[in-house]
Design a protein around this ligand. Structure first.
Ligand code: FAD
Ligand code: MLT
Ligand code: ZN
Length: 473
């Protein structure tokens, strides 16, 4: 028997034959969400418990077979699917989907890593709490994947990234040992904080199997407004006013450029998109209030009045009901799908100090259009966090695959050089995966990369955990 056949036999014994997939259509596990790459797996293994994960990792390590941890496979940077060699095991966490405990007094919830984000949000809501992480992929992404990528989303302006919401982790390390770090402590200075090494490591250091996350009180009222602003400068001014008027009530602040909104109107005509035809930019804002809906409305009205007086808002609607609020958020959240409908595209998930974003966009738009005439910029994102999705769609009527093939590398270089000039980041929230692995060394300091390599070497000396992601193999 070959080593691979022996390994598959051992994996069947660990997780049960029906949870080791080797034949049939494995597309959902081997193709990334954006359909950028389709790999080939030696097997897709679906353990049902942490000891099973540990046994799988030990068996793979003994056979020197590398592992690609996978949650909902909604990642944007080709990090959760196997390469084309057919020699990697995809370790899918989706069977591990239970809420373990909710500690109301400690404001924490402990869950399996394969728990789908929306199920986690709903479990918290049922108990009267808010779990604030919110992404358009929440119906399929998992908390393990959110931690693996340190996902951001639409509530970061108030609650922070996934890292900020996590108090403890359970991890199976690259040797197949279980580290129980499931602490609900808010203070613990007993040396290096290992949790933070695994968060954002994109499966390259170990497999997250469980997590203890923070809960928040459910706000009394959540109000949403959709405002047209005359420029990106005005959007930044509005953000400043929103901080002043709403304080910690400001829980969402998203910007959307006209072309991004036009794609939603074009591909999802059932959605009513306000203002986009007349105005260059729109903003979605959310105010969460712990007093009452009347108070929330009053604060919002005062903010919008001040903003109109200052000339940074030209028109606005405030949702009258939860259904209207959902519809307004849905417009923003539909942009990635509308972009996918429009065709292949180039994504730049960048962050820059908020105050410098308008200047960056004006300057980079001009450089891009000079070099790539007809390129269509799809600009939107989490302005409250200084995180833009500065994406590009091929010129109309141009062969999209050819455009991507020929122009992605020079276009990325132009955009990322601009990001460097502004001391920004070339990956704000999506991670590095394999899509940006060759680009990262050009934009990160050699000292930082050396320290990252030392951590990888120390924790995974055989390079078996998601090799070739984040750092070059
Ligand atoms: P996967 O895609 O399966 O994996 C992502 C990475 O994490 C891979 O490197 C994988 O190896 C690793 N990983 C997965 N599970 C584990 C684990 N248990 N232990 C260790 N490593 C693991 N992202 C944002 O940040 N903000 C957004 O607003 C946002 N919006 C999105 C909207 C849409 C429509 C879509 C499709 C995606 C969006 N994303 C967004 C990207 C994506 O949903 C997030 O990166 C999410 O956190 C990935 O979770 P997942 O469970 O799908 O992980
Ligand atoms: C978003 O904010 O909608 C996402 O991060 C997804 C994307 O960039 O496509
Ligand atoms: Zn985003």
């Amino acid at each position: 028997m070959s080593t691979h056949t022996q390994l598959i036999e051992s994996l069947r014994q660990i997780v049960g034959a029906s949870n080791v997939l080797t034949d049939g259509d494995l597309t959902p596990w081997v193709q990334d969400w954006r359909k950028r790459e389709t790999g080939k797996a030696l097997a897709v293994v679906r353990p049902g418990s942490t000891p099973e994960v540990a046994a799988v990792v030990k068996a793979c390590a003994a056979a020197r077979v590398s592992i690609v941890p996978q949650g909902g496979n909604t990642g944007m940077v080709v990090g959760s699917t196997p390469d084309a060699s057919g020699t990697q095991v995809v370790l899918s966490l989706t069977r591990m989907n239970k809420v373990r405990t909710l500690d109301a007094g400690n404001l924490t919830i402990t869950v399996d890593a394969g728990c789908v984000l929306q199920n986690l949000q709903e479990a918290c809501e049922k108990a009267g709490f808010l779990f604030p992480l919110s992404l358009a992929s929440e119906g399929s992404c998992t908390i393990g994947g959110n931690l693996g990528t340190n996902a951001g989303g639409t509530q970061v302006v108030r609650y922070g990234n996934t890292r900020d919401l996590c108090l403890g982790l359970e991890v199976v390390n690259a040797q197949g040992e279980i580290w129980d770090g499931l602490s609900g402590l808010r203070k613990d200075n007993t040396g290096y904080d290992l949790r933070h090494l695994f968060i954002g490591s994109e499966g390259t250091l170990g497999v997250i199997t469980g997590a203890t996350m923070k809960l928040y009180p459910m706000p009394k009222s959540q109000l949403t407004a959709f405002a047209a602003v005359p420029s990106l400068e005005a959007a930044v001014e509005l953000l400043g006013l929103a901080h002043q008027h709403l304080g910690s009530g400001l829980t969402g602040f998203e910007v959307m450029g006209q072309f991004a909104l036009s794609l939603v109107a074009k591909h999802f005509p059932q959605q009513r998109v306000p203002f986009w035809q007349e105005h260059a930019w729109c903003v979605v804002l959310e105010n969460s209030d712990n007093e009452s809906e009347a108070h929330a409305r009053e604060c919002f009205e005062r903010l919008l009045e001040a903003a109109m007086e200052a000339g940074c808002v030209v028109d606005a609607v405030v949702a009258e009901s939860m259904a209207q609020a959902h519809a307004l958020w849905h417009i923003r959240e539909s942009i990635p799908m509308a972009q996918a409908e429009e065709g292949l595209n180039i994504k730049h998930d960048i962050s820059i100090n908020v105050s410098r974003i308008p200047e960056f966009v004006t300057e980079t738009n001009a450089l891009l259009l000079e070099r790539f005439p007809g390129a269509r910029m799809v600009v939107y994102g989490h302005l409250g966090d200084g995180n833009l999705h500065y994406n590009v769609q091929a010129p109309e009527n141009e062969d999209q695959a050819r455009f991507l093939n020929e122009q992605e590398t020079p276009m990325n270089a132009l955009v990322y050089e601009a990001v460097d000039r502004y001391r920004g980041s070339i990956s704000a929230e999506h991670g590095v995966g394999s899509l940006k692995v060759n680009t990262l060394p050009k934009h990160k300091s050699p000292v930082a990369l050396d320290m990252m390599r030392a951590i990888k070497q120390g924790l995974d000396p055989q390079n078996l955990m998601n090799p070739g992601r984040v750092l070059k193999a």
